[in-house]
Design a protein around this ligand. Structure first.
Ligand SMILES: [Zn+2]
Length: 68
């Protein structure tokens, strides 16, 4: 079975890792509604995940959030 790609991707920007359905660009609209400046630096990928984008991404993926 071929896995279906998720309809979003992660994009660090403005201090958080957001999720977006936008294509790559200098500025994207995140699932949380924020317009963020894309930052693809090495350290940006280690930023904390935007809590609102995390919820939306899980909903789009059909995966329940597991709180630890
Ligand atoms: Zn966000």
């Amino acid at each position: 079975m071929i896995p279906v790609p998720h309809p979003f991707r992660w994009q660090p920007g403005d201090g958080l890792r957001h999720a977006t359905t936008n294509s790559y660009g200098d500025r994207v609209t995140a699932l949380c509604g924020a317009s963020v400046s894309s930052d693809n630096s090495q350290t940006a990928w280690l930023w904390k995940t935007c809590p609102s984008c995390d919820v939306s991404a899980h909903e789009l993926a059909g995966v329940p959030i597991v709180r630890r």
